[in-house]
Design a protein around this ligand. Sequence first.
Ligand code: NAD
Ligand code: ZN
Ligand code: ZN
Length: 346
Amino acid sequence: MRAMRLTAWGREPTLTEVERPSPRGDEVLVRVEAVGLCHSDLHVVDAAEGALPYRLPFTLGHEVAGHVAALGPDADGPPPGERVVLYGPWGCGHCARCAAGRDNYCDRRGDLGWHGVGLGRDGGMAEYVLVPSARHLVPIGDLPADQAAPLSDAGLTSYHAIAGLRHTLGDGTNAAVIGVGGLGHLAVQILRATTPSHILAVDIREEALDLARRSGAHVATLLQEDTARVLRARTGGVGVDAVLDFVGSDTTLDLAAALLRPGGELALVGSGGGRLTVRKPGVLPPGSRLSLPFWGTRPELAEVVALARSGALHVETEQFPLSSAPEAFGRLRRGEVRGRTVLVPD
Ligand code: NAD
Ligand code: ZN
Ligand code: ZN
């Protein structure tokens, strides 16, 4: 079968012929119907040798939807044909966190040598993907595959980040979303669906701001010198209760700090490598809280899928055949994608 593989650090991934895996033990073979392309895939491709604990080569693709093709002899999972989305942050499978479906915070995460499916383990940019255990499968019913696949990271990561902020997002509050791409446009929709907050969106592209407005943002503005002042004015001068930063550059972290209200909370999701100095007194207002959410939990993935099936979420997708994966990577790199790119095996 064809697969989009990372074969050397510092080199673009390539479409390669590999053998179709067959499930052993507890494993489940899933036939891929759609796989999302995440900005993290670019961070992985661009990583210097030694920066990530992954062994090469492996197949990329960590946002995967498909149907069960075959079960290993010991697998206790849904029958062949069942349509599923993959819970991606595979942990050790044995610790208390993994037992609770919180593989994203597995106690042995630092020793695993991978971060999940398509991140150090063979992922879904292929016709089939091998899943180590049926516990990583979440049924999707008749949800279209291009809608389901991005839920497993863009949707889940946003949902998990917002779940951590929910206590600060009651009536009369303001939430800022910085970077309205694959994750950000779903974060806006999840904020609208699950909180009463007023939503302020920021991006550097007009078409991302259009998407922010269509996703339910109350205000959408281009990042400029005076953005912090303009947005603070939209909060009556008090500042925002929570900032979700889906970029994580020096610029966006400075903006986040300038926007926060005393007692506010910053969730840093983007892996842009920017720095923020935490100091008392410093740039963060008194009472600030900072979180570094990573992906999400399995129960949360089931909740995101339910939210999407209720009609509350619509993923803006651009679809390409898997054979066009190299072009799709190029479009994402050049900032030409609106919403999420989804690859479909051809
Ligand atoms: P994306 O490319 O789809 O979207 C990024 C958006 O940010 C784009 O709309 C872009 O125009 C905008 N942007 C870029 N620079 C900006 C700036 N200075 N100010 C405002 N907006 C700016 O990316 P994505 O797939 O949504 O991923 C977003 C980030 O989140 C990436 O860094 C990715 O690696 C990270 N990520 C983290 C997790 C996690 O678990 N923490 C999970 C998935 C992705
Ligand atoms: Zn991702
Ligand atoms: Zn574990």
